[in-house]
Design a protein around this ligand. Structure first.
Ligand code: SER
Length: 321
């Protein structure tokens, strides 16, 4: 059966690049992009687009039945820092939308679901280095609590109702095309914008805050790889640990200084420091490697080059490195 895909939250950081990639694979008209508003003009013009509030079951169902959708990528979410400020809205969006999509799959309207989880499912009592797939999980953030709960429901819907749901615990994702919003790992994107415009950056995490990170192209590859894997090879129905590299703000600043020597960084930790402190430093993703041959491609130096070149070309029309 051919893929007919709906992306919910397609205007977001990951959703926008996922839409582009899925359209290049399955054809523009087989991939419907949706978001809560039509503010992202280039997305709206790039192919089929529909306004959908992910919290609204009827809007989701009408789009799915109207377009004969068989696969949903549910990318709408409130991230960690925003969720701390709006706990109830974060819970309603992150959990409500997941239940709608899982129920639509259970009731036979769709065949396959992708739903992102996060390193935020781990907490201060989790082993920090090479965090295993199965370990102590006591998240202390609103976002982490919603993602861990969501993982349990995904597995439940698979076990009880056979719902083909697949998920990844994304690390911090670095990209230049669409800005992220409200995350703790967002500093690793903002730093590049400031490096090429003002050559200085005030970081809301301290120099030593090591977190798992990944370049967007790797994240998109992993997502599509997992979704294309034969159903029987998907041994985890909660969510897969997924890793590329780990670095702290100081290491990232040093990597940028190789190309922009005058760049300066200052540290002014805020409430997001507590969030970062509760998350792992690095992740063991051997289940993803074994089940569907996961392997990342971008290291710190190649990410730095891609980011600087991408931002220069997009915003400053400058020559690449
Ligand atoms: N990047 C996310 C955040 O910082 C983690 O999943 O909230």
């Amino acid at each position: 059966m051919s893929e007919k895909i709906l992306i919910v939250g397609a205007a977001g950081q990951i959703g926008s690049e996922l839409t582009e990639k899925l359209r290049s694979i399955y054809g523009t008209y087989n991939v419907i992009a949706s978001d809560i508003n039509s503010n992202n003009e280039s997305l709206v013009k790039s192919g089929p687009f529909q306004i959908i509030d992910a919290k609204n079951y009827d809007e989701l169902k009408n789009c799915i039945t109207g377009h004969n959708i068989n696969t949903v990528y549910l990318m709408a979410a409130m991230l960690s820092a925003s969720a701390e400020k709006n706990p109830m809205s974060a819970w309603e969006l992150n959990m409500g939308s997941l239940f709608h999509v899982l129920n639509l799959a259970k009731d036979g309207f769709i065949n396959k679901v992708f739903w992102p989880s996060s390193i935020a499912v781990f907490g201060p009592s989790t082993p920090k280095v090479n965090t295993p797939q199965q370990t102590i999980m006591e998240p202390t953030t609103v976002y982490g609590i919603s993602k861990l709960t969501g993982e349990r429901w995904c597995e439940y819907y698979y076990q009880k109702f056979g719902v083909d749901v697949r998920s990844l615990r994304y690390p911090g994702i670095i990209s230049y095309k669409t800005l992220p919003g409200g995350g703790t790992t967002d500093y690793a994107i903002d730093i590049f914008h400031k490096a090429i415009s003002e050559q200085k950056f005030e970081c809301f995490l301290n120099a030593e805050s090591t977190l798992p990170m990944m370049y967007m192209d790797d994240a998109i590859d992993a997502t599509i790889k997992l979704m294309q894997t034969n159903k029987d090879a998907v041994s985890l129905r909660s969510s897969y640990n997924l890793a590329a590299i780990s670095f702290n703000p100081e290491e990232l600043a040093n990597s940028i200084k190789k190309y922009i020597p005058e760049f300066e960084i200052q540290y002014k930790p805020d409430f997001r420091q507590d969030i970062a402190n509760s998350w792992p430093n690095s992740i063991d993703d051997s289940f993803a490697r074994n089940d569907w041959n996961w392997q990342y491609r971008y290291n710190l130096d190649s990410i730095t080059k891609e980011m600087i070149n991408g931002l220069k070309a997009t915003f400053q029309n400058q020559q690449p490195l």
